[in-house]
Each structure stands twice: as structure tokens, then as C-alpha cells.
Design a protein around this ligand. Structure first.
Ligand code: 5GP
Ligand code: SF4
Ligand code: MG
Length: 464
């Protein structure tokens, strides 16, 4: 998901709509905006579909006045899949000291346990979303003010959370102690901005101030930014897959351009797994920067062997299998004239279920390619993510059930190679590779080492 918030700018919701548009790649199912105006109080709008189709209508934006606003774009990783408007964030709660709204990116690993406890004690849930727990925990807190209530609530929550919240007078941003999901602070004139990624600061012309630190809470009012540290400090474990796939390539993370990191992944991949061929082609768009790096390092020409229809969204994000299957053909087509008779290296970011790679291989061979070699910009995805990226159950993950050779046979390609975990760490800037005693990132979907125990899943019988 993507979160965005603004304080101190006239008609803040308009800036939030633009920010959410730039974060659309983080969630395409639905979006929502809450705004507060001193005269009109809180207003909210939640809609299915793209930001540009909903939050550009003047008639809707006029209902969201005020200098304080937050928003969310949704990609369901917990709760029900599909169309339930009650699950669309931000969530809103009315407490004794006034209302508060929250937008959450990540996934709470003890949400089901918390939900059971809260329901037993009388909370009435409106949605199936894990994030709603936060509002109910805030309601139960004995603290007077919303920021302190939010601190109380988040101290009970486990897992990954980057939260943007607002009250009548405050914009609040928090990251979990491991800092699994991103959150940055920006500045525009007299106003302040919180965003999942820097690319959404660019769109409104805001200046990047800094990242919110893992475990940090910022409380922003008209007096400025106050920083707090409500949690026990821990070594940070940012999601390495944000670098590989999830974030936009024009964002900056940890002082590094995501594009440059991905290009470097391609360089490492070419060093680790060279192969003689005529062309290096990305599976667009997610494989593009790595393919550029692969081509530069190997000296094999880069070419657009697969063309992407720009009017399709991210396939993986489609919640049902059927739509995902269709999706590959609707989205990608082979540039036949270029491919015929060629030995082709295809570079993609990841193999999850194998649906994409299989279809693409068929299309490439059908177009007359002589050889097809897959090079993948992440290690085999053998474990599900419980921290906010929607990887399927283990049974559906190709790499959980097959060796690399078996996957190669299953996909029907001439060769299939993945970047090593060490190679990936080098590409994100860890010169020594992965420190097994204390890894610098979360890499659980590749290593099976979960930095936060997935409590709800373990209770349901998931085996580590
Ligand atoms: P597969 O078809 O193997 O199930 O999925 C691989 C494709 O989905 C890749 O092209 C990649 O760009 C995309 N993808 C891989 N992992 C993820 C993920 O966790 N989230 C999203 N949104 N897309 C992914
Ligand atoms: Fe990111 Fe993978 Fe960790 Fe999930 S399991 S947070 S996708 S590195
Ligand atoms: Mg892709």
C-alpha cells in the first residue's frame, strides 16, 4: 500500500490526491482520503479504482476541504480480497478528545489475536482489515491525546507498519521498530508532507527532508516537527524487496536511487550468471533497470523484445488467479521482428508463481527465438511475505516446491538463473554481502528467516 499526508497547505486533499497518484504502483484496488477543516470538521471519501479516475473530480474534491489531509492506496494483503469498501482506508475513529484517522502500509502479524481480544472486550469492527485494530486499540488507551493513544496502540502491534495519522491539529507519521516499510518527510512552503516514497514528493514539488527513522514517530503541528521514539530500539530490517520491485525506480531509499540499485542488481547478475546470447531484453517494466545493468556488464545489446501496454496495471496485484492469467497477454506482447532467430536473455525481477515467466517464454518461442535464458533479479521466492507484500501461500510458490533445475524444466527455457542473496546485498550497497549473524535487511521471502515471528500464521499451523 501507499500512504501520504499533508499539513499546512490550502486544500491539502488536492496535494494528497496527487501524492497518491504517484504512489499508485503500491496499490491499485482502491484509494481513500480524509481531510479536516476547522469549520467543516472531518470529511472522507473512499473509492475503488485508480486515484486519477476518482480524486480528480472537482465535485468530489470540494467535499474534502481543509489544510490537513491524509490518504491511502490499497493493495490487499490481509483481510478480504476484492471489493469491500469497508476495508478501504483511511480508518476513522471518534474519541473523547476528538477524532483521528489512520492510514497503514504494512501488515500486522498479531492482528487476529488482537481482534479476538478486542471483540471480546466489546470493540465493534467495521472491516476485515488488520489495520482497523489500531483504531480500536487507540479507543481503549487511557491517554488523553491522540498521539499518545497511537503510541499505546502501536506498542501492542507486531509486524510491519508505516502509519500516517491525523487529528484535528496534528499530522503524525510512525514506522515500526524494524522500519520494514518506507516513510519519508518532505516540505513544501509552510507545509509538511509524509509519503511512502520520495517520487510522490516530486509530483507536488515538495522537498525531501529526510526518512522517518525505524521506530520513530513524528508529530507535526503548525509549530513544527516533534520527533519521538516510543519503542524499544532494535536493529533495522528494511524490506529488501522494496529495492528489487516494490518501490518506484525514481524514488530514493537510504540515500540510494532505486533505479541505480536495480541497475547494479543487473550488473551483479551478469557477473554471477553469464551466458552467450544475442540480446538482453527486460520483462517490462519491473525488469527494465536490471536488464540495462546486465547488458552494460555483459556487453550484449539491450533491446525491447517485449512491449508493454501502458494502459494495464501491475498483474501481480490483481487479486484473482484468472485475471492474473489473462493479465500477462493483455499487458505484454512480443516484438516479433526483433526476436526471430535470436538467442534471448530475458531479465525479470522475480519468479513467484511462475505464471508470468511461462507465458512469456511461450510468446518468445512462438515469435521464433532460437534460445531463451531467464535471468532473475532476486533470489528464488521460496517463502511468503507476512509484512505487506502479497506473496501467495508456500504451495503456490514455484521455488518452494522445485529446485532451480526443476523450475527451468517446468518453465521450458534453455537456462534459468537467479541472483544470489549475497549478490543482491552487494547491489543494495552492502559491500561484504549478507551478514548471516545480523542481516541488514528483511529478506524472509528468500531466506525464510522472519525478523518478526508471524504469530497469527504460526497459530494457524504455518511451519517455519
Ligand atoms: P509470477 O507470474 O511468477 O507469479 O509473478 C512474477 C511477476 O509478478 C514478476 O514479473 C513481477 O514483476 C511481479 N511480482 C513479483 N512479485 C511481486 C510482488 O510481491 N508484488 C507485486 N505487486 N508484484 C510482484
Ligand atoms: Fe520484503 Fe520479502 Fe521481507 Fe516481505 S518477506 S518484507 S517482501 S523482504
Ligand atoms: Mg513484472
Amino acid at each position: 500500500c501507499g500512504v501520504f499526508g499533508v499539513i499546512g497547505l490550502t486544500d491539502a486533499a488536492n496535494f494528497v490526491a496527487l501524492g497518491l497518484h504517484a504512489l499508485q504502483h503500491r496499490g491499485q484496488e482502491a484509494g481513500g482520503i480524509v481531510a479536516h477543516d476547522p469549520e467543516q470538521g472531518f470529511n472522507s471519501a473512499r473509492r475503488f479504482g485508480y486515484v486519477r479516475d476518482n480524486f480528480t473530480k472537482q465535485s468530489l474534491m470540494e467535499t474534502l476541504p481543509g489544510p490537513l489531509s491524509i490518504g491511502h492506496v490499497r493493495y490487499s494483503t490481509a483481510g478480504s480480497k476484492g471489493a469491500v469498501i469497508r476495508d478501504v482506508q483511511p480508518f476513522f475513529g471518534e474519541f473523547s478528545m476528538g477524532g483521528a484517522a489512520i492510514a497503514h502500509n504494512g501488515n500486522i502479524t498479531n492482528a487476529e489475536e488482537l481482534r479476538r481480544e478486542l471483540i471480546e472486550r466489546g470493540s465493534i469492527f467495521q472491516s476485515s482489515s488488520d489495520s482497523e485494530c489500531i483504531i480500536h486499540l487507540m479507543a481503549r488507551s487511557l491517554q488523553k491525546h491522540a498521539a499518545e493513544r497511537l503510541e499505546d496502540a502501536l506498542r501492542r502491534v507486531e509486524g510491519a507498519f508505516s502509519v500516517v495519522a491525523m487529528t484535528r491539529t496534528k499530522l503524525i507519521g510512525v514506522r515500526d521498530p524494524l522500519g520494514v516499510r518506507p516513510l519519508v518527510l518532505g516540505r513544501l512552503g509552510d507545509g509538511w508532507v509524509l509519503s511512502s516514497e520520495t517520487c510522490a514528493l516530486d509530483i507536488i514539488g515538495a522537498e525531501f527532508e529526510r526518512e522517518i527513522e525505524p521506530g520513530e514517530m513524528v508529530v507535526i503541528t503548525d509549530k513544527g516537527v516533534e520527533s519521538r521514539h516510543p519503542f524499544r530500539p532494535q536493529k533495522s530490517r528494511f524490506c529488501i524487496f522494496e529495492h528489487v520491485y516494490f518501490s518506484r525506480p525514481d524514488s530514493i531509499i537510504g540515500g540510494r536511487s532505486v533505479y541505480e540499485t536495480r541497475r547494479q542488481i543487473g550488473v551483479e547478475l551478469a557477473r554471477e550468471n553469464p551466458v552467450d546470447a544475442d540480446l538482453v531484453c527486460p520483462v517490462p517494466d519491473s525488469g527494465t533497470p536490471a536488464a540495462i545493468g546486465f547488458s552494460q556488464e555483459s556487453g550484449i545489446p539491450y533491446a525491447m523484445g517485449i512491449i508493454r501496454n501502458q494502459y494495464m496495471g501491475r498483474t501481480f496485484i490483481e487479486p484473482t488467479e484468472q485475471i492474473r492469467n489473462m493479465g500477462v497477454r493483455l499487458k505484454l506482447n512480443v516484438n516479433r521482428a526483433l526476436i526471430r532467430g535470436k538467442r534471448v536473455i530475458l531479465v525479470d525481477d522475480s519468479v513467484v508463481r511462475g505464471t508470468t515467466s511461462r507465458k512469456i517464454k511461450d510468446m518468445i518461442l512462438d515469435a521464433g527465438a532460437k534460445e531463451v535464458h531467464f535471468r532473475i533479479a532476486s533470489p528464488p521466492t521460496a517463502w511468503p511475505c507476512f509484512y505487506g507484500v502479497d506473496t501467495p501461500q508456500r504451495e503456490k510458490l514455484l521455488a518452494a516446491n522445485m529446485s532451480e533445475d526443476e523450475m527451468c524444466d517446468y518453465l521450458g527455457v534453455d537456462s534459468l538463473r537467479f541472483i544470489s542473496l549475497d549478490g543482491l546485498y552487494r547491489a543494495v550497497g552492502e559491500a561484504q554481502g549478507r551478514d548471516p549473524a545480523s542481516p541488514a535487511y528483511c529478506d524472509a521471502c528468500f531466506s525464510g528467516e522472519y525478523p518478526v515471528a508471524p504469530r497469527d500464521m504460526l497459530a494457524k499451523g504455518f511451519e517455519l
